[in-house]
Design a protein around this ligand. Structure first.
Ligand SMILES: Cc1cc2nc3c(=O)[nH]c(=O)nc-3n(C[C@H](O)[C@H](O)[C@H](O)COP(=O)(O)OP(=O)(O)OC[C@H]3O[C@@H](n4cnc5c(N)ncnc54)[C@H](O)[C@@H]3O)c2cc1C
Length: 397
C-alpha cells in the first residue's frame, strides 16, 4: 500500500502537470494587461499576478496621462505600432464607455534643419497618417501660447493626443476581470528554473502552474532576472510637474493646446480634467528602486522646471505647482523594446524595456507577444534579447 506522503506527492505532481492556465502573466502594467487581453481573445486561459495591483503608483504605467504620437523619425516600426495601437485604445474607450483617449493633437517642434522632422514626415506620409508641416510663421499664428525662440518648424499630428494612462490600464484589467480573469495580488518570487518552468511561487506561498509565463515586470525586470537583465534594463527616476493655469485661462487646454515635444528634451500635455498643464524633462534621471523610492520633487528641480516653463510659455511663468509625480523609465540600452523568450527557460517570455515611450504601444506590444507565444508572429530582431546591450546609448525617442 502507498504511503500517504507518496499519494500526496503524486497528486501534487499530477496537478502541476495539468496546469489550469495556459499562460500566467506577471505584471499588470500596460504591457502585461494588453498581452493578457490578446491571449484571452485567442481563447487562452490566462491568470494575472501583480505585487501592487494594476497600474499602481509605483508602476511605470501608473501616471495620469501619456502622449500617443505616431512620428518616430526613421523608426518606422514604432510609427506602425502606434498607428495600430491608437485604434485599439479608441476601441477600448468605446467598450468601457470612458474618454480614455483625448484627441489633443501632438506638435513636434524642431530647430532649423532638424532631420528628425523631415524623417518623421516621410514615414507618416508613407503610412497615411494625417499630419501637417508648419513653418515658424504658421506656428506663431496657430499656437501663439508658445514662445518659439530657436524653434523653426514643426509637424502637427491632429489625430493623436493623450491617453489617460492609469485609468486605461485599470479599465482594461477590470473589463477582463468581469469576464472571468483571475488577478492575484501578490509578489511573485524570482524564478530559478532552467530549461522549462512548471510554476511560479508567490511570496505568500501560493504555487501557480501554467504552460507559459510572461514576465511583464517593467522596471522590476532587473530584480526578477538579475543575471540576464541586471545590466540590460536601466530604471531611471523621472520627474513630472503639473502647473495650474491662471483662472479662466483656456489657451493651455484642449482644443487650443496640443501635446508637444520639444527638441530640448522637454515635453508636455495640456491641462486635462482640470489637473494643470503637465511638463517633464525627457533626459534619463539617476537610477531608482521602484519598490522603496520616495516620490518627492526637490526644490531645485521645481525651480529649474519653472524657468523652462516660463521660457517656452511666458503666460505660465508664475504658475503654481499644483501636483507632481516621480515615476521611472525602464530603459533598454538604445530604447528598443524587449519582447522575447528568456535565453535559457523555454516557456518564459520577457516583456519590457518601454524606455519612456512604451505606453502608447501597449495594444500592439500585447498583440505581438501573444502572437509570438502562440507561434503565429515572426520574431522582430529589434525586440530580441540578443540585441539588448549593456551600455546605455539611447537612439530611439
Ligand atoms: C514619467 C514617464 C512619462 C512617460 N511618458 C510616456 C508617454 O508620454 N508616452 C508613452 O508612450 N510612454 C511613456 N512612458 C513610458 C511608459 O509609461 C512605460 O514604458 C510603460 O508604462 C511600461 O509599462 P510596463 O507594463 O512595462 O511596466 P509597469 O507599468 O511598471 O508594470 C510592471 C508591473 O509589474 C509588477 N511587478 C513587478 N514585479 C513583480 C513581482 N515580482 N510580482 C508581481 N508583480 C510584479 C508591478 O507591480 C507593475 O504593476 C512614460 C514613462 C514615465 C515614467
Amino acid at each position: 500500500m502507498k504511503s500517504l506522503v507518496a499519494v500526496w506527492t503524486e497528486a501534487k505532481r499530477a496537478s502541476a502537470q495539468a496546469a489550469p492556465y495556459d499562460v500566467a502573466v506577471i505584471g499588470a502594467g500596460v504591457f502585461g494587461s494588453w498581452t493578457s487581453h490578446h491571449l484571452r481573445s485567442a481563447g487562452k486561459r490566462v491568470i494575472m499576478i501583480d505585487a501592487y495591483g494594476a497600474a499602481s503608483s509605483r508602476a511605470s504605467s501608473g501616471g495620469e496621462s501619456r502622449v500617443i504620437r505616431c512620428a518616430y523619425g526613421v523608426d518606422e516600426i514604432y510609427s506602425r505600432f502606434a498607428q495600430k495601437s491608437l485604434e485599439q485604445w479608441k476601441e477600448l474607450g468605446r467598450r468601457v464607455n470612458s474618454a480614455l483617449f483625448q484627441q489633443a493633437g501632438v506638435l513636434h517642434l524642431g530647430g532649423k534643419g532638424d532631420g528628425n522632422i523631415a524623417a518623421s514626415a516621410g514615414v507618416l506620409a508613407k503610412l497615411g497618417i494625417p499630419h501637417q508641416k508648419l513653418n515658424q510663421a504658421e506656428l506663431m499664428k496657430r499656437f501663439p501660447q508658445f514662445f518659439l525662440g530657436d524653434i523653426d518648424q514643426a509637424i502637427f499630428e491632429p489625430e493623436s493626443g493623450a491617453l489617460m494612462a492609469r485609468r486605461s490600464v485599470q479599465m482594461l484589467v477590470r473589463e477582463m476581470s468581469q469576464s472571468g480573469l483571475e488577478l492575484v495580488l501578490e509578489p511573485v518570487l524570482p524564478p530559478s528554473a532552467n530549461g522549462r518552468m512548471d510554476s511560479v511561487k508567490t511570496a505568500g506561498g501560493r504555487t501557480i502552474s501554467a504552460g507559459a509565463f510572461v514576465f511583464a515586470c517593467g522596471p522590476w525586470l532587473p530584480k526578477m532576472f538579475p543575471a540576464e537583465l541586471g545590466q540590460r534594463i536601466f530604471p531611471t527616476r523621472q520627474e513630472m510637474f503639473f502647473f495650474g493655469l491662471p483662472a479662466g485661462e483656456r489657451r493651455f487646454t484642449v482644443p487650443a493646446m496640443p501635446c508637444w515635444i520639444d527638441p530640448n528634451n522637454l515635453y508636455g500635455i495640456p491641462d486635462l480634467e482640470n489637473r494643470g498643464m503637465k511638463i517633464a524633462n525627457d533626459e534619463h534621471g539617476p537610477p531608482i528602486d521602484p519598490d522603496s523610492a520616495d516620490r518627492l520633487i526637490p526644490k531645485e528641480s521645481l525651480a529649474a522646471m519653472r524657468k523652462r516653463l516660463g521660457a517656452r510659455f511666458p503666460a505660465m511663468k508664475n504658475a503654481p505647482l499644483v501636483e507632481s509625480r516621480v515615476c521611472q523609465y525602464e530603459n533598454s540600452a538604445n530604447g528598443d523594446f524587449l519582447l522575447d523568450k528568456h535565453p535559457s527557460i523555454d516557456n518564459v517570455w520577457l516583456a519590457g524595456g518601454g524606455s519612456g515611450h512604451g505606453f502608447k504601444h501597449g495594444p500592439a506590444v500585447g498583440e505581438y507577444l501573444a502572437g509570438r507565444i502562440l507561434g503565429t508572429q515572426p520574431p522582430e530582431p529589434r525586440f530580441s534579447f540578443a540585441s539588448k546591450g549593456t551600455v546605455q546609448k539611447r537612439s530611439v525617442y
